[in-house]
Design a protein around this ligand. Structure first.
Ligand code: BTN
Length: 250
């Protein structure tokens, strides 16, 4: 198995608009920085083998040993009237499908941006906006060994390797991910989240779980059709949340 995500290795796996133009760096600060403010067209991607300052949600960092994971940022130019926070769910659904295609296991989405396999996080999404464009960054734990995964992550981490016992072709995985993202994004552009809701709802990891939202205890009810998370707090109040740090009971 070739283990490169340079353009020559990924090109045979590119089947749509997304992935062009394609920029690969063996090492960079963050693939997000290669696209933010770049003015590149929709579908442009930046890919790296290693990030020295990989960005996670809520100001966290995202780290992985070189050439073990898929680190990709994708440039999107969504219509101004669409609800941009929904894009993290769009990307999470595409990533969940790509993970399922590679492993044969059922992946779930932990609202708002994590992809879970066997109750462990295998991928995270970070959406950043600049000048009306959205750069969606996706980090997927593909071939890390158990020892190479973070021990102190708020959500326990796994890789496709640790869960299936075999290494995965990162170039083929990336091609599949970009193709699925393009198809699901196009669906969202035309029909909004309602069009994807069946697929999303079926993979709702938090549904029915005891959680804390920014430290407050609650029960997660469901991802709503507008992308918010419906929760019931300890005193019986049902409310929808837009964003926040959600932890679940193990
Ligand atoms: C999270 O779960 O906190 C989001 C992680 C997002 C990581 C990806 S890796 C590719 C892109 N470049 C970055 O610096 N971050 C995103």
């Amino acid at each position: 198995m070739s283990d490169s995500v340079a353009f020559e290795a990924v090109d045979p796996h590119l089947r749509g608009r997304f992935g062009k133009p394609y920029r690969f760096e063996p090492e960079c600060e963050s693939t997000q920085l290669l696209l933010l403010g770049s003015g590149l067209p929709e579908g442009a991607v930046a890919v790296a083998d290693h990030q020295t300052a990989g960005r996670g949600r809520l100001g966290r960092n995202w780290a992985a040993p070189s050439a073990t994971s898929v680190l990709v940022s994708v440039m999107l130019h969504p219509p101004a009237e669409q609800h941009l926070p929904e894009l993290s769910l769009v990307a999470a659904l595409a990533t969940a499908e790509a993970v399922e295609g590679a492993t044969g296991l059922t992946a779930q989405i932990k609202w708002p941006n994590d992809v879970m396999l066997n109750r462990r996080k295998v991928a995270g999404i970070l959406s950043e906006v600049s000048d009306g464009a959205v750069v969606v960054g996706i980090g997927v734990n593909v071939n890390q060994t158990r020892e190479q995964l973070p021990l102190d992550a708020p959500t326990p981490a796994a890789s496709l390797l640790t869960l299936t016992g075999s290494a995965h072709d990162r170039a083929a995985f990336l091609g599949s991910l970009l193709f699925r993202l393009e198809r699901i994004y196009d669906g969202w552009r035309h029909g909004g989240l309602a069009d994807l809701y069946g697929e999303l709802g079926a993979r709702d990891f938090l549904r029915g779980r005891r959680i804390t939202v920014d430290g407050e205890a609650a029960t997660a009810l469901q991802i709503l059709r507008d992308g918010r998370l419906e929760v019931e707090t300890e005193d019986g109040e049902v409310r929808a949340i837009e964003s926040g740090e959600v932890r679940f009971e193990r």
